[in-house]
Ligand binder design. Structure first.
Ligand code: DGY
Length: 325
């Protein structure tokens, strides 16, 4: 069996694949150019990819023998699931193993924005710190405030668990309400999106990008947010109308934003990089050594399950696909 691996993998994950497959690896830290991807996938049985590789009808038409796609990500909005399912291609992803790491990073962004950590760092490095100041870099308190979590799956709930240490009131919004036991254990309350936006000092996004969720936070929703609130996004860029966000930040209607993902990633909306009240990160919420190793290994196991063992992988994104599994 031949597989294409689109990026250099952690050694542990590569070792899982080595003895079972003939591996064609794009051995680089950079994303594989599209043309090369289309060329090299042509004779493969399996594809191990990242969210930077669009797996669409064009790619599938170039790879008639493809039977499995494993993405090293929990999100699979870069994959045309229907097209894969129609061709009997199993798609696997990596939920669960990045939950806590991603939740940690959402908090890192939230705290960095509220307490102006990055501005402080720049202030020092540019030699502007002369003496302790009573009003120097004043930020907003986090403890005791209201946190609004949009999307209450694994990651949203992990973010909520951390909020109790800050004594926060936690509201959440999700199309599916959590079980009463979960709500009680986490001390959270389910509300509709407008109410969440109106009542939260910090709004953090943990929804997936799917049909109808693009611009979930647009101009209208931003207008509902508390003046002086903060928006954190570690989910997917297109959930937010970035131009509307830039406008609200410029006008000072929102106090700040912490972003790990972008509407037209890796591009930033005009004006975003010039704002001092945003903390920008390059899609790194799951980027810990341990978690990225676990993600890559889980994706490798997904390919082994489908192609070598002929069994249903632990995390199949298209369970209704007409595969023989
Ligand atoms: C994912 O897994 O979908 C993240 O965006 C990268 O960790």
């Amino acid at each position: 069996m031949k597989i294409l691996v689109t990026r250099r993998l952690p050694e542990k994950a590569f070792a899982l694949l080595k003895s079972h497959f003939e591996i064609d690896c794009y051995d680089s830290e950079e994303a594989m150019p599209r043309e090369e991807l289309l060329k090299r996938v042509a004779d493969k049985d399996g594809l191990l990819c990242l969210l930077t590789e669009k797996v669409d009808a064009e790619l599938l038409s170039r790879a008639p023998g493809l039977k499995a796609v494993a993405t090293i990500s929990v999100g699979f909005d870069h994959i045309d699931l229907k097209a894969c399912s129609d061709r009997g291609i199993a798609v696997t992803h990596t939920p669960g193993v990045l939950t806590e790491t991603t939740a940690d990073f959402a908090w890192a962004l939230l705290l960095a924005c509220a307490r102006r950590v990055v501005e402080g760092d720049r202030f020092l490095r540019t030699g502007r710190y002369k003496a302790w100041g009573l009003t120097l870099l004043l930020g907003a308190d986090v403890h005791g405030k209201a946190l609004g979590i949009v999307g209450f799956g694994r990651i949203g709930q992990a973010v909520a668990r951390r909020a109790s240490g800050f004594g926060m009131r936690v509201l959440y919004h999700d199309s599916k309400r959590a079980e009463a036991g979960v709500e009680a254990a986490l001390g959270v309350r389910s509300v509709n999106l407008p109410e969440l936006l109106r009542r939260s000092d910090f709004v953090t996004l943990h929804a997936s990008l799917g049909l109808g969720s693009a611009h979930l936070i647009g101009e209208k929703e931003i207008a509902l947010m508390k003046p002086g609130a903060f928006l954190i996004n570690t989910a997917r860029g297109p959930l937010v109308d970035e131009a509307a966000l830039v406008k609200a930040l410029k006008e000072g209607r929102l106090a700040g934003a912490g972003l790990d993902v972008y509407e037209k990633e890796p591009e930033l909306a005009p004006g975003l990089a010039e704002l001092s009240n945003v903390v920008l990160a390059p899609h790194m919420a799951s980027a810990s050594v341990e978690t990225r190793t676990r993600m890559a290994s889980l994706a490798a196991e997904g390919l082994l399950d489908v192609l070598i063992h002929g069994r249903r992988p632990a995390h199949m994104a298209n369970p209704s696909a007409a595969t023989a599994l």
